[in-house]
Design a protein around this ligand. Structure first.
Ligand code: GLC
Length: 546
């Protein structure tokens, strides 16, 4: 029988350049990750997802891939990657890797040959090269802009332009070209043959473009007909990928990174013959607010029940401000509510770390109690906050330059982890090494070593929660039933007598009669659940407590 482990897995995201540095060059690597596998086992996660580790000029943190069948020498070797997979499996962990099919790096051999070849050549057909508009073709072929800011087109010396929906160093591939499709199918097999358990698909909703590359009009396109987002033709690609994943004796899995606002449209990617799961960004973008959280949970369950796919729950990743900082100040409308982009905005609204920490503790109990699988972003288990005061010259995210220095970008959630000790590099690398982004001195209070034996630490809460999650059959995949509560309290039951309650912003709420507290995110007040606190319960008459 094949396991459907992915339906209820807790997956830990490894931003490898910032996880652990085994070589001492300031950059996290496979050696560092292998040395920390025991930590991940103790944390109780079921799988890891590793951000791109392929050779890359690093114009977008490795999402500019120069070769898909290798590992960047700064991070290790293919042999080490295979060892890592074997060791993770031996320790009971599955491994998921990022695949980046929307674009390559401009250093990829295909793009280099395309530049060397003539307009109209077969080599250029791997990408989206077009003549410009205007009298001498001096204007971009259309009005699309890059996700990072600025035009989505760059001109090459012979006068043609190429499309890049992200950085200029990330030319978009032409998915109408059969050789592109065949190549990615071969890349999937390459890693699956090496034991990789699955892929996170980067920008899974933008690979296919309207062949006419029309201007954006500002009008809302009919579903499936936007010039480059969420087009219906994408589904053929994923049906094919699913067949490849299913051809292995232990089927491989996919998780889509698809920022598709309409949950019913997102569910289409998760039909039984397509992808297994998708990140739930609807939930990620919810601020600390009971009504909005409940509405998002219901939208998710409703949309996914139509296709039979499990939900995923996620609070943070390498593209958004760490949730401790989001929950520790009022939500900001810009950056999809997930990122304050300018220092002036931050200055007006100081972070309350204690509040953010309290809410983060409650949030993870909610996350891990909801039905489906859950994603944790490295460092959230240590209670790390977004580093908002990185010096300008340390910033590496292309968002910073492409936005004309208006948006400080995503480096603040990518700062290397603090493992031990009282000063940088905090055990991230050997003593004397300099992490590629500076770590705040205050993180000495948050090192993994410091939290190891502290029963009240964030790390211990995460470990307690994953341990219970494994022990209780009610958790993971399955269903849930809301309980009747005041508006600012969310409570639900699962299985036979498991309950989770979160008080977002109400007066202390009386726990159900006779319920036993299995785990609490903070101190309870004589049988009352204070605000910004969550509990896991069993037994008792959980239903009907108003
Ligand atoms: C995804 C990645 C992000 C990257 C972008 C372009 O959104 O998560 O980090 O910049 O794709 O590849």
């Amino acid at each position: 029988m094949t396991t459907q482990w992915w339906r209820g897995a807790v997956v830990y995201q490894i931003y490898i350049r910032s996880f652990a540095d085994g070589s001492g060059d300031g950059v996290g690597d496979i050696a560092g990750l292998r040395a920390r596998l025991p930590y991940l086992q103790r944390l109780g996660v079921d799988a890891i997802w590793i951000n791109p580790w392929y050779p890359s000029p690093l114009e977008d943190g490795g999402y500019d891939v120069a070769g898909y069948r290798d590992v960047d020498p700064v991070l290790g070797t293919l042999a080490e990657a295979e060892q890592l997979i074997a060791e993770a499996h031996a320790g009971g962990l599955r491994v998921i890797l990022d695949i980046v099919p929307n674009h390559t790096s401009k250093a990829h051999p295909w793009f280099r040959s395309a530049l060397d070849a003539k307009p109209g050549s077969a080599e250029r057909d791997f990408y989206l090269f077009r003549d410009g508009r205007g009298r001498d073709g001096e204007l971009p072929p259309n009005n699309w802009t890059s996700v990072f800011g600025g035009p989505a087109w760059t001109r090459v010396p012979d006068g043609q332009w190429y499309l890049h929906l992200f950085a200029p160093g990330q030319p978009d591939l032409n998915w109408a070209e059969p050789r592109v499709r065949a190549e990615f199918e071969a890349i999937l097999r390459f890693w699956f043959d090496r034991g990789m358990d699955g892929f996170r698909i980067d920008v899974a909703n933008m690979m296919v473009k309207d062949p006419a590359l029309p201007d954006l009009t500002g009008k809302v396109a009919a579903p499936g007909h936007h010039p480059y987002e969420d087009r219906d033709e994408l589904h053929d690609i994923y049906r094919r990928w699913r067949q490849i994943a299913d051809s292995y004796s232990e089927p491989r899995v996919f998780v889509a990174e698809a920022w598709v606002d309409d949950q019913d449209r997102l569910a289409l990617y998760l039909r039984p013959d397509e992808l297994h799961t998708a990140f739930n960004f609807d939930f990620l973008t919810v601020p600390w607010d009971a009504a909005q959280a409940r509405a998002s949970i219901d939208r998710t369950r409703h949309a996914l029940s139509a296709v039979g796919a499990p939900a995923t729950w996620v609070l943070s990743n390498h593209d958004v401000a760490r949730h401790l900082s989001r929950f520790g100040r009022p939500p900001h409308p810009q950056g999809r509510g997930i990122r304050y982009v300018q220092l002036s905005q931050l200055a007006q609204c100081p972070l309350d770390i204690e509040l953010g920490t309290r809410r983060s503790r409650a949030a993870v109990l909610l996350l891990l109690a909801l039905p489906g699988s859950a994603y944790l972003y490295q460092g959230e288990e240590l209670g790390l906050w977004e580093v908002e005061d990185l010096p300008d010259d340390a910033l590496r995210d292309p968002t910073w330059t492409q936005s004309g220095h208006l948006d400080r970008g995503r480096d603040g959630c990518r700062v290397p982890l603090p493992w031990s000790g009282d000063a940088a590099p905090f055990g991230f690398g050997p003593p004397g090494s300099t992490p590629w982004l500076p770590q705040p001195p205050e993180w000495k209070k948050l090192t993994a070593a410091r939290q190891e034996d502290d029963p009240g630490s964030m790390l211990q809460l995460y470990r307690d929660a994953t341990e219970l999650r494994h022990a209780l059959p009610a958790l993971g995949d399955g269903t849930m039933r809301w309980l009747d509560t005041p508006d600012e309290v969310l409570a639900f039951e699962r299985g036979d007598g498991f309950g989770c309650a979160v008080n977002f912003d109400a007066d202390p709420w009386p726990l159900p009669d006779g319920a036993t507290v299995l785990l609490a995110s903070g101190p309870l007040d004589d049988g009352l659940l204070p605000r910004d606190t969550a509990v896991w319960l069993c037994g008792g008459r959980t239903a009907g407590n108003g």
